[in-house]
Design a protein around this ligand. Structure first.
Ligand code: ADP
Length: 228
């Protein structure tokens, strides 16, 4: 498969951190290619480099070497504005903690990235309502995040991440802060949404049951991405 057919393609990516006199090679020639519609679990111990990999893949950090292709486009030489545009329109992020804006309703939180992108209030609101309905929390749209349960907050965060119909979803322990039963339900909703929309996803998780439900599992060992 050529690069252009991959939604995400990391090629020989290196990311080194300096810790005092020591250099830590967190990513040291990492390769990872994700096909359209593929859901990939990233399973590795704490400190292995999962967040670093997600940040580099999501154009939040630049690698020290190697190249990141998003939708077939090499992102290394792009300037910050161009990288922001790709990130805003093409990539959705979900974190362990929801990072919703507490003073806005669930609906408004999901509308926000769409308004930033230039959609009208009516279009953004319609799409936000559809997503809330799809994630089975249509009745919670007018509530603010502090009034929602942990599982509901994560559903809103997922809806916000896909509000602009990205091609790639990156998630860092999206159910890591939830009890096992709620985690299962939130993952069901995420899984259904990803499968239905055909977007690709790279999801870091410590939950082996959830990882087993994805199309394949990868890990990070000695700075390289390998099958898990
Ligand atoms: P994980 O998400 O798998 O827990 P991280 O990607 O957060 O791993 O971190 C990998 C390693 O890189 C850890 O040892 C961490 O301490 C180190 N690290 C991460 N970010 C920085 C940074 N900005 N400066 C120095 N070291 C860092």
């Amino acid at each position: 498969m050529s690069t252009s057919e991959h939604v995400l393609d990391l090629r020989d990516v290196k990311r080194h951190y300096h810790q005092g006199a020591r250099t830590l090679a967190v990513l040291d020639g990492a390769d990872l290619a994700i096909r359209p519609g593929e859901m990939v679990a990233l399973v590795a111990p704490s400190g292995a480099g999962k967040s670093t990999l997600l940040h580099v893949a999501g154009l939040l950090e630049r690698p020290d070497a190697g190249e990141v292709f998003v939708g077939g486009r090499a992102c290394g030489r792009l300037n910050d504005d161009e990288r922001t545009a790709i990130r805003r329109n093409g990539i959705g992020f979900v974190y362990q903690f929801h990072h919703l804006l507490p003073e806005f309703t669930a609906l408004e939180n999901i509308m926000m990235p769409q308004l930033v992108r230039g959609l009208s209030q009516a279009e953004a609101s319609e799409r936000a309502r559809q997503l809330l309905d799809y994630l089975k929390i249509g009745h919670r749209g007018e509530h603010r995040p502090p009034e929602l349960s942990g599982g509901e907050q994560q559903r809103v965060a997922i809806a916000r991440a896909v509000a602009n119909a990205p091609v790639l979803l990156l998630a860092d322990e999206p159910t890591g802060n939830l009890d096992p039963q709620t985690a299962g339900h939130v993952f069901d909703a995420l899984d259904a949404l990803v499968r239905r929309s055909g977007l690709s996803a790279l999801i870091a998780t410590h939950n082996y049951d959830l990882a087993a439900r994805m199309d394949r599992k990868v890990t990070i060992a000695d700075g390289k991405v390998t099958a898990a």
